[in-house]
Ligand binder design. Structure first.
Ligand code: AMP
Length: 271
């Protein structure tokens, strides 16, 4: 496993690579990330993992400052995975040295869910993914369905501009059904306990809405109930079609998307 700290060493390495599988991360490595790496190992000859906490995708300075990153710990976890060929750990200047020709914009119809509450977030995600794809030129990029809207927007953007395919991979959960996330490192035991209960509630909710007629109305009432029961603030809780992310009134082909604050930490998931 080669650690690459700048673009010269990256380019030198890339000369000998083809059929690259790329797993972009912001560190705080957990089993969710590892599942993406394993998927890449299975279908690509080479696997590159990046660790870069991209400041441009944080709409909140405090969120950026407190983002759980620990390179030493990450490397010790990744070291145990045999088939990672390189880990690219760039600095800000390595990613953002070149000026963009045109500003990345999210269309009006896509300003939903997280794009509505986190202004500039996905513009920052698409910018960094554009730059990383241009640098690494992977055949495939592996991303988690846990961040479904991110996957949806990145896939649309990257596959239009490059030959690269973006592959969505299933959400990895712990034994309490909590979706693994680097942000979980910021939660205490009580918070994690509540997060587990919320996940279980949402899995049940997905079953309950199967034979409901007025799903939006029902979800609104359930949103109020969950806020009260668990003393949380829910940013959104909506049923949307997984193909186009439009509001849906049919549980088939749709998912419940949720974002909520627990201990001031913003969590997202989909069921
Ligand atoms: P992050 O480091 O949070 O930016 O995530 C890097 C990649 O890992 C993204 O494509 C995420 O969607 C994916 N990911 C994060 N959590 C999970 C999870 N629990 N299961 C599967 N993939 C995940």
């Amino acid at each position: 496993m080669k650690i690459l700290l700048n673009n010269q060493t990256l380019n030198r390495k890339l000369r000998h690579f083809d059929d690259i599988g790329f797993v972009p991360t912001m560190g705080g490595i957990h089993e969710g990330h590892i599942s993406l790496i394993k998927r890449s190992n299975k279908i690509c000859k080479k696997t590159i993992v990046s660790i870069f906490v991209n400041p441009k995708q944080f709409n909140n300075k405090k969120d950026f400052k407190t983002y759980p990153s620990n390179i030493k710990k990450d490397l010790s976890i990744l070291n145990k995975i045999k088939k990672i060929d390189c880990i690219y750990i760039p600095k800000f200047k390595h990613i953002y040295s070149s000026k963009k020709k045109s500003k990345i914009r999210i269309s009006k119809k896509d300003k939903i869910l997280c794009a509505k509450s986190r202004k500039g977030h996905f513009e920052g995600v698409l910018d960094v993914m554009d730059r990383l794809t241009n640098l690494i030129k992977p055949k495939k990029i592996f991303m988690g369905k846990k961040d479904f809207q991110q996957l949806f927007l990145v896939k649309g953007f990257i596959e239009k501009k490059y030959k690269t395919k973006v592959i969505g991979c299933k959400t990895i959960r712990d034994k309490n059904k909590i979706a693994l996330s680097s942000r979980n490192y910021l939660l205490n035991k009580d918070n994690l306990n509540i997060a587990g209960k919320i996940s279980k509630n949402l899995f049940q909710l997905k079953i309950k809405i199967r034979n409901k007629k007025k799903i939006s109305q029902f979800l609104l009432e359930e949103k109020k109930r969950l806020q009260k029961t668990f003393n949380i603030k829910i940013d959104y809780m909506e049923l949307r079609n997984t193909k186009n992310l439009k509001i849906s009134n049919n549980s088939i082909g749709s998912k419940i998307f949720i974002s909520y604050y627990l201990n001031n930490i913003r969590l997202i998931d989909n069921f």
